[in-house]
Ligand binder design. Sequence first.
Ligand code: FEO
Length: 402
Amino acid sequence: MTGTFEAFQISDRVFWVGAIDWSIRDFHGYLTDRGTTYNAFLIKGDQKNVLVDTVKKPFYEEMYSRIASVIDPSTIDTVISHHAELDHSGSLPALVAAVRPTNVLTSKAGVDALSQHFSLDVPVQAVPSGTTMELGDIRLTFHDTRMLHWPESMVSWLDGDDILFSQDGFGMHLASSQRWTDELNAELIHRETAKYYANILMPFAGPVSKVVGKLGPVIQKAKIIANEHGPMWRSGIEELLGWYNRWSERKPTRKVVITYASMWQSTATMARAIAEGAAQGGMQVALMGLDTAHRSDIAMELLDAGALVVGSPNLNGFMYPTVADLLTYLKGLKPKGLVGAAFGSYGWSPAALDQVQAALQEIKMDLVAEPLGVKYVPTTQDWQACRQLGKTVAERVQSLCG
Ligand code: FEO
């Protein structure tokens, strides 16, 4: 494939040599409806050539071709592995076998993580946080960033070109022909950065916030953030830091997310009545039926929501499968500080309502009421109860928002 693809120069000494995955739609349960990229970087120092991470295994040839458009790949001296997850390390064995670098550098935990994935036939060496690597007239400094996104994760800073290689941090799943965020629609960039944070980093909001705080002065002087998914940042970095700070705090706003499954439209209509009550209580409502809304889009809406209200019919003694799917996903993401409530229609067993309520409790939501159940089809009295539930949720959110 050599000759097929070319590198993209991002600074005096650094080239993007990644791959664009236009087709991926499922990234561990996250709907990547605009594809993604796996960004790897070649640093062409005056004394050493360094490859910063690799790409997902099926894209090895594409990466190799881009590297070969700049240098003879066999002149790569060192490969840095910031993150052992396979979307960044999958091509490492093939690359190491092909170019025989002197070593692979990674964090202390990265040495273990890489050895538990591969048997690499070159030394894999730990670089303690804060150490530097001279590349002639420029140098790289390594920083551990535990849990952004795995325990072994680290980033590095390139003096001279002022680039932060941030691996998963500040990325987004977005395939595009443009390599810079400022060449794309600003609203799209905000949406995809938020969706990525919600679905990948929300469970680690505490550690991520600490890392971003600790690296704040470094990030603020970056001319480029070279993230490893989606377009890169050469402007808007201050604003990006503000987004990350806000999302890690997950401060509630006057927004209520109502999601549900329905068999014969009773639970669906209850959802609409609850939405009306919440709106009358001053809330912005996102009504997301699970027949059309994807779990990862609901997770994104929760980044700044004040409440999540979940409805399920009873199916053979259990909550509806799509509701169970969502709640399992959210238990893992651990959105903090949400007001919650459960509702739904049933025939002869209200078991699903208790299951939903128990799941919301597991997510540590502030539940404002007992589950609101309706037998078969709601009556006029039931509509009033639904609207009232919406208003009760709204009141609690208002009190949190001040
Ligand atoms: Fe893009 Fe955590 O890997």
